[in-house]
Design a binder for this molecule. Structure first.
Ligand code: ZN
Length: 337
């Protein structure tokens, strides 16, 4: 068993060249055929904090490559955060970025109101900062995903950028000049009002608004309306044109308010790729020729409303971007700087 300064070496990493790195608290021993060299490797940490799972990862340097990743089931706040702390204590961290489900209080690093009642008014940043002692940047899960896609995925070179997720809930991260919009609290685009389809008997499921966008078009709303999970509805089911009718209204609002250069639609519901052409066509129809841009009026709309490129990794890659930023002292919400 290798030891480093008396500490047992517990982490084994393989780099792109197949060289095994054995790391203990960030000190990496690189084992080469004829020599052993010791380099100091400080890691950046990222957390994609979700209502069903916490994804934790570390990266040795900038980029979308993860050095290690673990997925923890979300249980009680105390148990979950303790497991998160244990994972990161295996590394010498420079900084930590957190992309968190919410709604959140960005200034104080905590979750406020959430349907996951155990997590209402739960501090996230303070216990992690106390345990790990590194600067932390905290943002919403969708701002994290927007950052990930902006720097390494489908959003590159497009500013302003909107990333909207349609899954258990609906939310959007909006970047302007590469920076997430926060403002009064942070955007809650999933709760924008939409016009209900006259033939839609479903009243909507949002506990606050009933038939807001999330109330009508989230995964659970689709399931309640049709009595089946979205996954079990065939690609030509009448559910999808109705879904496009609601999401296209959201696209119109985002286009009119934010004037984004690209909108990325992710989340479980958008795995139904037949939605994309339906949403594009309906968005163009609803805008009625008023937004005079080729991105709307021509086939370029296929590059305007697009799926994510990072898939399930968008959130964790974005969380690491938050860690890089707080280490560099960039602007934004940060605690412990
Ligand atoms: Zn709502």
């Amino acid at each position: 068993m290798l030891h480093d300064g008396g500490r047992e070496i517990t982490h084994f990493l393989t780099d792109a060249h197949g060289i095994i790195h054995q790391a203990s608290r960030g000190r990496t021993l690189r084992v080469a055929p004829y020599r052993m060299e010791v380099t100091l490797a400080d890691f950046y940490g990222g957390i994609e904090a979700g209502g069903t799972e916490f994804v934790c990862a570390v990266a040795a340097d900038r980029g979308s490559k993860l050095a290690d990743k673990t997925i923890l089931k979300t249980t009680s706040p105390e148990e979950t955060l303790n497991k998160v702390i244990t994972f990161f204590q295996g590394y010498t961290l420079n900084s930590l970025g957190i992309a968190c489900f919410g709604p959140v209080d960005l200034a104080n690093g905590r979750i406020t109101t959430t349907p996951k009642t155990e997590w209402i008014d739960t501090e996230i940043v303070r216990p992690l900062h106390e345990a790990l002692g590194v600067p932390i940047r905290f943002d919403t899960d969708v701002n994290g995903a927007a950052l990930g896609e902006s720097r390494h995925g489908a959003g590159q070179g497009n500013d302003p950028l909107v990333y909207m997720t349609i899954g258990t809930g609906i939310g959007a991260g909006i970047l302007v000049n590469g920076t997430p919009i926060h403002g009064l609290i942070h955007p809650e685009a999933g709760h924008m009002p939409v016009r209900r389809h006259p033939d839609d008997p479903y009243q909507g499921g949002c506990p606050y608004h009933g038939d807001c966008l999330e109330g009508l078009a989230s995964g659970p709303a689709i399931e309640r309306r049709w009595g089946r999970s979205p996954r079990d509805l065939s690609p030509d089911h009448e559910a999808w044109p109705l879904q496009a009718y609601y999401l296209a209204q959201a696209m119109c609002t985002l286009v009119c308010v934010v004037s984004p250069r690209r909108i990325i639609l992710g989340g479980g519901v958008m795995n139904q790729l037949q939605l994309f052409p339906l949403i594009r066509a309906k968005t163009r129809e609803l805008l009625g020729g008023y937004i005079n841009s080729p991105a709307i009026l021509t086939s370029a709309i296929e590059q305007f409303i697009v799926p994510p490129e990072l898939g399930d990794n968008a959130g964790i890659v974005g969380a690491l971007e938050l860690a890089f930023e707080v280490w560099d002292g960039d602007r934004g919400v940060g605690i412990g700087e």
